[in-house]
Design a protein around this ligand. Sequence first.
Ligand SMILES: [Zn+2]
Length: 93
Amino acid sequence: MNLLIIRLIIFAVLFYAGLKLFSMYRQWQQERLTQQQQDQQHHGGHMVRCRWCDVHLPEEEALREAEQWFCSSAHRDRFLQEQRSQRDNDTDP
Ligand SMILES: [Zn+2]
């Protein structure tokens, strides 16, 4: 009878310790994840320059076209138009 109670207590303690460790691990994992997200927000703000107006803006807000960065679709279109007309002028006799 005594042995059974001791076994039960040991089992309960082990169970509790395992649960505690698991929750600690979960918390640590969560903290690491949010830390990573914060780091990404901090360092991920890689700045690029609009090819058309030379304005600097974060990479995720910029548009990428033909190996160039643009602040807006309007500037992208104007740059591409300019390039196209330049190419047309070059081929003109
Ligand atoms: Zn621009």
